[in-house]
Design a protein around this ligand. Structure first.
Ligand SMILES: [Zn+2]
Length: 295
């Protein structure tokens, strides 16, 4: 990617010097669990739980913990100073985020809406969000409760070394996918999916989750379309990097790697082939309507 010297976003929150404790989201969860039997009894209670869940659950980049692929991960001190490489990676994500802002703002205008820019939080090891306490091993995620994307940049090392998905455009795809969830949040897709999932069997709910994730992939591809056409950010080989990453994080591929077997009814993000196809569709069309995975 030809990213250096481009506009950086003001919406990056660098928490790489801080360490998080588990305390953050726990009291709220404890309270919910305590009143769970009562809440489940009434229809109003069930709706309350549903609304709560929308704010509480984060949307992840992939379905299996990356570090699980090769046993427990190493623990590093969160007070370690930022290296030159850390600083450069911080600049990179800031440029990518800025570019998603420049592309989604006019697209929302065309839909007669306003694009409210999300915040991207950089963290190390663990972080507290409105969706609760999260560890780096869970991978990057978007929290609809606070409109923030969370990423520990060590995930990029895992992509390269453990998933065989190197490259800066593959890294940008991760951010664009989480931004895609933010777009879904603004368009009401996340809320509609949650409501539709209530009362469904786990397998049926998972099928809706797959549609939602594939749409985020399509939106990531859509970003790539304009990043190339209007901003000339892409270089030779970039598209192959993103497609290779999409293939590396398919549920079938990850389950095969981590469990040695594949259970399609448990898929939440889609197969390698589906993830590649929907990313490609967004990339080729640049059309929000073409990303309707629910149709
Ligand atoms: Zn996702």
């Amino acid at each position: 990617m030809d990213w250096k010297g481009r506009r950086r976003s003001d919406n990056v929150e660098d928490r790489r010097h801080m360490s998080a404790s588990r305390a953050g989201g726990a009291p709220a969860l404890g309270l919910i669990l305590r009143f769970l039997p009562f809440l489940l009894k009434t229809k109003a209670g069930r709706i309350l739980l549903l609304v709560g869940a929308v704010g509480y659950a984060g949307m992840h980049f992939m379905g299996v913990d990356v570090l699980n692929l090769s046993g427990p991960g190493q623990v590093s001190s969160s007070s370690a100073p930022l290296s030159e490489k850390d600083k450069e990676m911080g600049e990179f994500v800031s440029v990518v985020l800025a570019n998603t802002e420049d592309i989604w703002t006019p697209l929302f205008q065309q839909m007669g809406r306003t694009y409210e820019k999300p915040v991207l939080v950089l963290f190390r090891n663990s972080v507290n969000s409105a969706c609760g306490y999260a560890q780096a091993a869970m991978g990057p995620f978007y929290c609809p409760g606070d409109n923030k994307l969370y990423i520990d940049l060590s995930f990029y090392e895992d992509m390269k070394n453990k998933l065989g998905a190197p490259g800066d455009f593959a890294q940008a795809y991760v951010i664009a996918h989480e931004v895609g969830h933010h777009v879904q949040n603004l368009l009401g897709v996340l809320q509609r999916t949650r409501q539709a999932q209530a009362g469904l069997s786990q397998a049926e709910a998972n099928r809706l989750s797959v549609k939602q994730e594939l749409q985020a992939d399509c939106f990531a591809g859509l970003w790539g379309h304009y990043a190339d056409k209007d901003f000339r950010l892409l270089e030779d080989g970039d598209i192959e990097e993103a497609l290779n990453a999409a293939a590396a994080i398919g549920d079938d591929k990850l389950q095969q790697q981590s469990q040695g077997t594949v259970r399609p009814e448990s898929f939440t993000h889609g197969t390698s082939r589906q993830r590649m196809e929907w990313f490609k569709r967004g990339l080729q069309t640049g059309s929000v309507a073409a990303c309707d995975t629910f149709r």
